[in-house]
Design a protein around this ligand. Structure first.
Ligand code: NDP
Ligand code: 8X3
Length: 249
């Protein structure tokens, strides 16, 4: 029998690539995101029995609850939650960042993620399901301009470890995937629409692709039920670590 995955942030990047990869692997998918016009082609491509589009702003709890209540019966039993929706806003140092950007990241990457997880935990326990949370290397290694984005992703990674601890004995698997640089719409969103800045960042860098990450998400999801990857950190070969910085008087 097909398993069902709910993948957030399926209108772009990792989430969109994951929908294609999971459906082709035999999973049914509930695909979420705000841009309904990007979800409908997924339903058209695979059919409503395989993909269900749930368009809502993940920060809107009432809209989330309505979307969950409106799931078609065939896809209402969720075996896997992929908490992928998220964003960075801004690259400025903390002292020049806007509070609005910070709150948008916290509301999306932290508050919405824990809300959806809280909603689905009872049935994930009942079904001995799995949770895959998309964190980032930004939550592990600090870098200038990473401030609140890195903080939200550190939360995601630590929340995942805490879930794993609480879910001890339930059979529910929890994994954090912590990618480095991957070319998606991430940098266009981070720069509030600066496509040139995004192109410059990735030019010649041979970054990871959305499909690279989707492949890892599927690999983790398909592991045997007795095996849990706790955290999976990955980068393009072209990316590595920088040293500490020293301000001299
Ligand atoms: P994209 O910008 O391509 O995709 C982000 C997805 O999140 C979109 O589908 C978007 O949908 C959704 N999303 C954002 N805000 C909301 C919201 N308020 N309500 C519902 N959905 C929302 O970026 P990526 O695919 O790169 O990012 C996916 C995840 O991976 C994010 O959590 C990101 O932080 C993380 N990540 C990305 C890395 C990279 O280098 N690209 C590296 C490490 C982690 P819509 O706008 O339609 O609502
Ligand atoms: C995105 C990866 O390195 O741009 O989470 O912060 S990075």
């Amino acid at each position: 029998m097909s398993r069902t995955a709910l993948i957030t942030g399926a209108t772009s990047g990792f989430g969109a690539a994951a929908v294609h990869r999971f459906v082709r692997d035999g999973w049914n998918v509930i695909a979420t995101g705000r841009r309904a016009e990007r979800l409908q082609p997924l339903v058209d491509a695979y059919g409503p029995g395989r993909v269900h589009a749930a368009a809502f702003d993940i920060r809107d709890v009432a809209a989330m609850d309505a979307a969950l209540a409106a799931l078609p019966p065939a896809l209402s039993g969720i075996d896997l939650l992929v908490n992928n929706a998220g964003l960075a806003q801004g690259t400025a140092p903390a002292q020049r960042a806007t509070l609005e950007d910070w709150r948008t990241m916290i509301d999306t990457n932290v508050t919405a993620l824990v809300t959806l997880t809280h909603r689905l935990l009872p049935q994930l326990v009942e079904r001995r399901g799995a949770i895959i949370n998309i964190s980032s290397v930004a939550g592990v290694y600090p870098y200038p301009g990473g401030n609140t984005y890195g903080g939200t992703k550190a939360f995601v990674s630590q929340f995942s470890l805490g879930l794993r601890s609480d879910l001890h004995g339930t059979g529910v698997r929890v994994t954090t995937i912590e990618p480095g640089m991957a070319e998606t719409e991430f940098t266009v969103v981070r720069t509030h629409g600066d496509q040139a800045a995004s192109d410059t960042l990735y030019a010649g860098a041979n970054p990871m692709t959305a499909e690279d990450i989707a492949e890892q998400i599927l690999w983790v999801a398909n592991l045997p039920a007795h095996l849990n990857i706790n955290r999976l950190e990955l980068m393009p070969v072209s990316q590595s670590y920088a040293g500490f910085q020293v301000a001299r008087s």
